[in-house]
Design a protein around this ligand. Structure first.
Ligand SMILES: Cc1cc2nc3c(=O)[nH]c(=O)nc-3n(C[C@H](O)[C@H](O)[C@H](O)COP(=O)(O)O)c2cc1C
Length: 179
């Protein structure tokens, strides 16, 4: 059955390594007949969560910027995919800010179930993305009906385009195909 998949590419670098992983996942997911929408954060205006918690009674953020719009897209997607560079052994600040700004969904009738994470980093050690995985898992734990369904990590890539030919690209494509 065709799924509505929302891919949120959070790197501030246009066409960066994690974004290439997102593109490969999208290629696989579309080939498998899914309806995929991609959102990039580098070109969006996204303010920090104010912590007012008004969203818990209104299911809407008091800040009317791009994060508010993206959170509404998240609400209606079956599958969420986050792509992020590893910054100081964690997710990008852009991704963390977006997760905080998705707080209106906490008390809403969200549709998403499966959530995937794509990461890219300069280091090759397989544990490099652990902080990002733990951070996203902490968010997912607050959404009882959702689960972390899969991760792909591209290690040893620093500059834009360095990911070319990396085996993680195929893994991302295959992950997209089996969604
Ligand atoms: C602020 C900053 C922090 C970074 N921290 C790490 C890190 O902790 N570990 C690592 O392996 N690479 C680190 N990197 C390198 C990036 O993860 C790497 O360049 C990655 O390919 C960027 O992905 P992107 O092209 O999708 O933005 C850092 C880069 C920046 C700009």
């Amino acid at each position: 059955m065709s799924k509505q998949i929302l891919v949120i590419s959070t790197s501030p670098r246009k066409g960066g390594n994690s974004d290439m992983l997102a593109e490969e996942l999208i290629r696989g997911a579309r080939e498998a007949g899914n309806d995929v929408e991609k959102v990039t954060l580098y070109d969006k205006t996204i303010g920090f969560c104010k912590g007012c918690l008004i969203c818990q009674s209104t299911q809407r953020c008091v800040i009317h910027d791009d994060a508010d719009t993206i959170a509404q897209k998240m609400l209606n997607a079956d599958v969420l995919v986050f792509a992020t560079p590893i910054y100081y052994y964690g997710m990008s600040g852009q991704m963390k800010t977006m997760l905080d700004r998705a707080n209106p969904l906490y008390s809403a009738d969200y549709r998403f179930r499966d959530i995937y994470l794509l990461t890219a980093a300069a280091e090759e050690d397989e544990h490099t993305p652990d902080g990002a995985v733990t951070g996203l898992q902490g968010w997912i734990d607050c959404f009882e009906k959702a689960r972390l369904a899969g991760t792909v990590f591209a290690g040893g890539v620093t500059s834009v385009g360095e990911i070319q030919g990396h085996p993680a690209l195929k893994q991302a494509y295959e992950m997209g195909k089996q969604m």
